[in-house]
Design a protein around this ligand. Structure first.
Ligand SMILES: [Zn+2]
Length: 295
């Protein structure tokens, strides 16, 4: 089986990105797995600290490992938005393939200092683990927001990106390039879309020279996604869109079967709802032309 690093290198060479989808229950995991398997593309499963606390760090690692072994699909596991070294070490020991070490809320110098320490400590546990660092401000909370926060001041610069990568030794960088965690109501309704600063992505890629992750991808304009991937984005995170689909699928199933109490008769509707969103995003990130004949 390929390593995550090799999969990222290969996708970079072919101009595609890997989809990263957050899960916090079996419905979401089944949906992401089923979509990736049907399309036969690699996929990253992500869990933030809160999501890991609910599912269990070692338990999700065992689940994903079993899917990888049984089906031979390149499915990888990422510890999303990890704010302390202790939580990062816990995920590394459980067998996660990558850790997003996020101290972007701290002053830049402190972020560099502590992220460098984390890279060293995490690679001592597993030399093959990939560590991602975060700079800039993209807001917090993969949920539905009333209004858009002012993130203009928190945009990342190529100089910062270069300094951060050189100072920390991270394998992957998550910059602030117009992206934002969560979605506005108007985005959930499909009335507005997020737009990205493509030139900034291109300049950061050139300066940093590492893999780049785009966080907060939910609700982003499709053409902006294509351009961002062409400009150097290697991993795209989608969470809120899945949460919205999870809730809608569940509500529809409950409304359709008001007397049903058997979970495995109710939940497939939620799985299908999430799977459709994952499949459409995976097709986009993987270059749709590959799927013209297939799914
Ligand atoms: Zn994120």
């Amino acid at each position: 089986m390929h390593s995550l690093r090799n999969i990222l290198k290969k996708s970079q060479e072919t101009g595609v990105a890997i989809g990263h989808f957050n899960v916090s229950d079996l419905v979401l995991l089944k949906a992401v797995f089923a979509a990736a398997r049907e399309l036969n593309v690699p996929v990253l499963i992500g869990l933030s600290e809160g999501e890991r606390a609910f599912v269990g760090t070692r338990q999700i690692a065992a689940f994903v490992r079993s899917l990888r072994e049984e089906f031979g699909l390149p499915i990888f596991l990422n510890a999303d938005h990890t704010h302390s070294l202790a939580k990062g070490e816990e995920a590394a020991k459980a067998g996660f393939d990558s850790i997003v070490f996020d101290l972007s809320a701290l002053p830049f110098e402190e972020n560099v200092r502590q992220t460098k320490q984390a890279v060293e400590a995490l690679k001592t546990i597993n030399p093959a683990i990939l560590v991602e660092g975060e700079i800039g401000d993209i807001g917090s909370g993969s949920e539905i927001h009333e209004s858009s926060p002012d993130l203009a001041k928190g945009l990342s610069t190529p100089e910062e990106a270069k300094q951060f990568v050189e100072g920390t030794g991270v394998d992957i960088l998550a910059p602030a390039v117009g992206n934002m965690h969560g979605m506005l109501k108007s985005m959930v309704q499909g009335e507005t879309k997020k737009h990205l600063d493509i030139e900034r992505i291109r300049a950061i890629k050139r300066a940093a020279g590492v893999f780049l992750t785009l966080h907060g991808g939910s609700g982003t304009d499709e053409e902006d996604f294509r351009k961002a991937i062409a400009a150097g984005i290697n991993i795209v995170h989608i969470n809120t869109e899945l949460r919205v689909a999870w809730r809608r699928g569940l509500e529809q199933a409950l409304a359709k079967q008001p007397d049903e109490v058997v979970p495995y008769k109710i939940l497939p509707s939620a799985v299908d709802s999430v799977k459709q969103v994952v499949a459409s995003r995976l097709k986009l990130f993987s270059g749709e032309r590959h799927f013209a004949q297939g799914v």
